[in-house]
Design a protein around this ligand. Structure first.
Ligand code: GDP
Length: 364
């Protein structure tokens, strides 16, 4: 499954957000280092289409997809050199598919800021610097290895040396690897290097309740500062999320949100942004036994999509029966869709689209 890590300076609202997202009960306190263990939580991916299918079919079980969230605390200035609790957590970052970087865009004199004032652009640079320093170490080692291999090897190794040299220079220029301009081969090498700043990133501006729709001067300055990065930026109020998480019923939550002028909770906004960032889409399997959502990368062909369910489905793939989501809703059932001839029978080259209801045929 998809795994995201939350990073940010101490006291920016990471644990508050993490707790609200996962409803876990980790500690949120008004001083640095309240969160000492990397906390792991699962969040369910909300999907209105799936709710509709469930309404129509009334299945015995419903299985949404999940995202694993890791709260990676303790990143501070000097973390790459082992300061604070940072270094041990850099390893946790290496394992995630995407990074959620929370920056503080709220003013509250009761909440200590580690650097004395609210300044999300500076805060982001502090974190970036630590990750970049670590990446420089990694890239230097990779370059040594590539150079050795190039001595005895051929052209391919020389090209690796070129790409890694370029990435290293970019990092030494204090820029995150994700903004390095590389061709496909270079991108593949970058991915293989598992650099911390090579990961897709989603910035969360944590704002006060009053600024959650409009943003504020801090979040505006921040958006400008990251405009050149291939990244998503969203506004969330961790405080609102925490309040929502305490409400028992769905109705209460929705009423609370609409009183604030919001259509959906921040967790939904965050998940949608993560899906967009990672180019992910959802397809469904639907029957009386079970309605289930599956996550795949955009552009995945039918056998690859089947492989998410089981590798045997991919290996023995014969064909897929596909119903477009809108057709399913319009005609109301699989049988009705079949009757009007709208069920597609697709082969290995079919590219699955968002919302498809799939049924795979395969050899075992
Ligand atoms: P972390 O160190 O980044 O995990 O930060 P925490 O989640 O522990 O938050 C630090 C303090 O800031 C806590 O006292 C929170 O209640 C408070 N806090 C978090 N988000 C907000 C916010 O949006 N507005 C205000 N005023 N306080 C917040």
């Amino acid at each position: 499954g998809l795994k995201c890590g939350i990073v940010g300076l101490p006291n920016v609202g990471k644990s508050t957000l993490f707790n609200a997202l996962t409803n876990a009960k980790a500690l949120a306190a008004n001083y640095p280092f309240a969160t000492k263990e990397p906390n792991i939580g699962m969040i369910t991916v909300p999907d209105r289409r799936m709710d509709k299918l469930v309404e129509l079919i009334g299945p015995r079980s419903v299985v949404p997809t999940n995202i694993e969230i890791v709260d990676i605390a303790g990143l501070i200035k000097g973390a790459s050199k082992g300061e604070g609790l940072g270094n041990q957590f850099l390893g946790n970052i290496r394992e995630v598919d995407a990074i959620i970087h929370v920056v503080r865009c709220f003013v509250d004199d009761n909440v200590v800021h580690v650097d004395g004032s609210v300044n999300p652009v500076r805060d982001k640079e502090v974190i970036d610097t630590e990750l970049i320093l670590k990446d420089i170490d990694t890239a230097e080692k990779r370059l040594d290895k590539a150079k050795k291999a190039a001595k005895s090897g051929g052209k391919e190794e020389l090209r690796v040396v070129d790409h890694v040299t370029k990435i290293l220079a970019h990092l030494q220029d204090a820029k995150p690897a994700r903004s390095c301009d590389l061709d496909d081969e270079g991108q593949a090498i970058l991915k293989d290097m598992m650099l911390l700043t090579g990961k897709p990133i989603l910035y969360v501006c944590n704002v006060d309740e009053a600024a959650v729709i409009t943003g504020n001067a801090y979040s505006e300055a921040f958006k400008k500062a990251v405009a050149d990065e291939p990244a998503e930026v969203i506004l969330i109020s961790a405080g609102i999320e925490a309040d929502i998480a305490e409400l028992e019923s769905y109705e209460e939550r929705m009423e609370f949100l609409s009183d604030l002028g919001l259509e959906e909770p921040g967790v939904n906004i965050l998940i949608h942004a993560a899906y967009k960032l990672l180019d992910l889409i959802t397809y469904f399997t639907a029957g009386e036994k079970e309605v289930r959502a599956w996550t795949i990368r955009k552009g995945t062909k039918a056998p690859g999509a089947a492989g998410v369910i089981h590798t045997d489905f991919e290996k023995g793939f014969i064909r897929a029966e596909v119903i477009k989501y809108n057709d399913y809703i319009q005609y109301g059932s699989e049988a009705a869709v079949k009757e009007v001839g709208k069920m597609g029978v697709e082969g290995k080259e079919y590219v699955v689209t968002d919302g498809d209801i799939m049924h795979f045929r395969f050899n075992v």
